[in-house]
Structure formats: C-alpha cells, structure tokens
Design a protein around this ligand. Structure first.
Ligand code: NIG
Ligand code: FE
Length: 386
C-alpha cells in the first residue's frame, strides 16, 4: 500500500495516453477527455500494469542440462556436478560450439515465453563463453533478440561466471577477464553492466573487487551473484561499489542488508533457482523490508539452476516460497526491477515521460497475477506505444 493512495498505487477509472512511444498522460479517464487522441482504445475495465521486467536472466546459451537434472534427482549436488566439470562448464562447451545465428534461434522460444506473459524488458547476461570471442558472440546474440522482437534488451557482461578449463586458477583467469575480455566487450559497446559469481565454487570477494575496480574505471555499473550457496559478504562488497543489485542473497545477513540499504542496492530475489536446487534457506525478506532495501524478482532463466521462462510463476514463487506480498512481487517485476537495471528513469512505472510499456490483463484484481499457477491472463502487451 502506498502511504497515501490506493493499494498498488492504482487508479480505478484511469486512462493512459501515449505520444511518440512515451507516456503523455496518466490519470482519471474523466480528465483525459481534453486530449485529442488520434486513436482511442477502450480496455473495457481491464487492469493495466507497467510492462513486466525480467531483470536477471541467462537466456542466451547453447544446449540444455536435462541430463544434469536427472543426476541431481539421483542425489548429486549442484556443487559436486560443478566441481566435476559439469554444470556451467557443460553449457560453456555447447555455447562455444554455437554460432550467433544458432544462439539467436535457440533463445527466441525462451524469449517468446516471457513476452507472452507481458514482459517488455529483459536483462541477458553473458557467461557461457568464458573467452573473448564467445562472450562477444553471446552478447551480440542477446542484442539481436531486441531487433527480432518488440522488447527492450539490457546486456550484462558475466565473464567472471566460472573458471574455464584453459586456466590454472581463478586468479589468473580474473587477470585475463580484466586485462582483455572486459576492455574488448566494452570497446564494442556490448555491456550495460558487469556481473560476477561470488561463491566458493566461483570467484572470491577479493577477485570480484579487482573486477569491479576495472568496471568502474570504464564507467560501467556493477551487480553481483552473491550469497547464493554460502555467506561470503559479496553483497557488502557489491554495496561498497554502489552496485545496482545483489542477486540471490539467500545467505545475506544483517550487516549485508545494512550495507545494501546505505548504498541503495536492490536485492534481486530468484525463487526459480531456490526451487530448482531445493534450497531451504530463504532470503532475509523481513530484514530487507525493515531496512527499506528494494526487492526485485526475476526468473534467472538459465539451463542449470533455473530453467524457468515464466515471469508469472516467478511472481507466484516469490509469494509462496519467500512470503512477498502480491503487491511487493508486482513491484519486484516493475519498479524495483527497473532500479536493478539502473533504468528507473525510463521504465518500470506508468509515469509521464517514461516509455509507454504496458501489460493489459484479464483480471479482477492484481493479486490474481500472483495467485494463479500455470494460467496466463495477459490480454495484450504494449512496447513503446505499439
Ligand atoms: O544464477 N549462480 C550462478 N549462475 C547461475 C547458474 C548458471 C548455471 O548453472 O548454468 C545462477 O543460478
Ligand atoms: Fe543468475
């Protein structure tokens, strides 16, 4: 509930006006009559929300990991599979073997599944190439998706996702990421942000810190996979660098939360990964709430820990597994997701001057977006006024 307004900041009998792809009017429909619109569309009492934003995905990759899913059902853990060279590295092999065209073709059905549920902006990470040319190919394929479909694409460089087999140790690989890969990706203008996987099976906080310093020296914002499987205070480190978001954050503690509150870093919750890995430690939602840390939620769509391309199921899971309210969950895929991308001046709410990205729903009340499982009430989707 907003301090002095309707729940969900709703306008019960509202209208939205659009000019040149931007929102030119938002308010009571009675007040919209003075505007002379070229075209008027009657939504017949349906709910209109901002277009949904999936602010954390690994949507572009080759192959799949169904065999690993079977291994995990037989008792192998995600960490054990990763240490044995499976997991992320098996997707790296498949991604390196795919050309740009193949990556685009493999990714379009996954993107289409998101768009069918009202998504208008998607963040896509690299991190399955782990060598300069393959990382660049992955990011180019991601950007191309934005030409193939009516959707905003934000790309994030995640070269520090895992150590590729060609490198002896994570330290020498991070040197390579900093010295060669990041500058090359940046020179091509392919990264809107820089991310890393801070974890026992991936990169240490000290290594991430070196990467973040390099990102900042290029003027790139940072975000971090932090406190997913253990508590290393990656979230505190991220906050120190003014990160847009710290993601997963199941193991974040009170000191991490305080640091994030101070820096305005968004907590991006990823219930699909929590569910798939059958984790039991939920993120400290109450601490985030009390500290005023904005919470975003996202699919984390990836072939290993979250083969999930339903934003509506993600909203449901955030409520059922993490106890977000339906209103918090909706803010998590709109306003706060926009913040997690540093794009809140442009998208995420229905406000004058922002892009006219909307989702129109066949629902009686917004809680239905969180409550149903496996039902899609989207009526129509508007991207930049179209
Ligand atoms: O967000 N945590 C690291 N990265 C992904 C998993 C990637 C994979 O297993 O392929 C995640 O969960
Ligand atoms: Fe992820």
């Amino acid at each position: 509930m907003e301090p002095d307004g309707e729940p969900y900041s709703a306008i019960v009998t509202g209208a939205v006006g659009c000019r040149g792809g931007r929102i030119a009017f938002i308010g009571e429909s009675a007040e919209a009559t003075g505007h002379d619109a070229v075209e008027t569309i009657d939504c017949e009492g349906r709910w209109i929300t901002p277009g949904l934003i999936d602010c954390h995905t690994h949507l572009v990759y080759g192959g799949d990991r169904a065999a690993e899913f079977e291994l995990r059902l037989e008792g192998a853990s995600y960490e054990k599979i990763a240490r044995a060279g499976g997991g992320i590295l098996s997707t790296v092999t498949a991604t390196r073997n795919a050309d740009e065209e193949a990556l685009v073709r493999a990714s379009l059905p996954r993107l289409d599944a998101l768009l069918a549920e009202g998504v208008t902006t998607v963040e896509i990470k690299s991190g399955y190439g782990l060598e300069t040319s393959a990382e660049i190919r992955q990011l180019r394929a991601a950007r191309r998706l934005g030409y193939e479909r009516q959707v905003g694409i934000e790309t994030t460089f995640l070269g520090a996702h895992a150590k590729p087999p060609e490198f002896e140790d994570t330290g020498s690989y991070i040197d390579h990421v900093i010295g060669e890969m990041l500058p090359a990706v940046h020179a091509e203008g392919l990264a809107d942000a820089v991310d890393a996987f801070c974890e026992g099976i991936a990169f240490s906080p000290a290594e991430v810190e070196r990467l973040f310093e390099a990102a900042h020296s290029l003027g790139l914002p940072v975000k971090l996979h932090a406190e997913q499987l253990s508590g290393l205070h990656g979230a505190t480190l991220a906050a120190k660098f003014g990160a847009l978001s710290a993601d997963h954050v199941e193991y974040a503690d009170a000191s991490d939360v305080a640091a994030m509150a101070k820096s305005g870093t968004v907590a991006t919750l990823l219930p699909g990964a929590f569910y798939t890995l059958r984790e039991t430690k939920a993120p400290p939602v109450d601490l985030f709430r009390k500290a005023g840390v904005p919470m975003a939620i996202a699919t984390d769509a990836n072939p290993g820990t979250s083969p999930l391309t339903s934003i509506l199921l993600t909203i449901n899971m955030a409520c059922t597994l993490f106890r977000l309210t339906p209103e918090e969950a909706l803010a998590g895929v709109t306003r706060n997701a926009a913040r997690a991308l540093g794009r809140d001046s442009d998208i995420g709410t229905i406000e004058l001057g922002k892009w006219c990205d909307l989702a129109v729903w066949d629902i009686e009340r917004p809680a239905e977006l969180a409550y149903r499982i496996g039902f899609n009430p989207l009526h129509s989707r508007v991207w930049r006024g179209q």
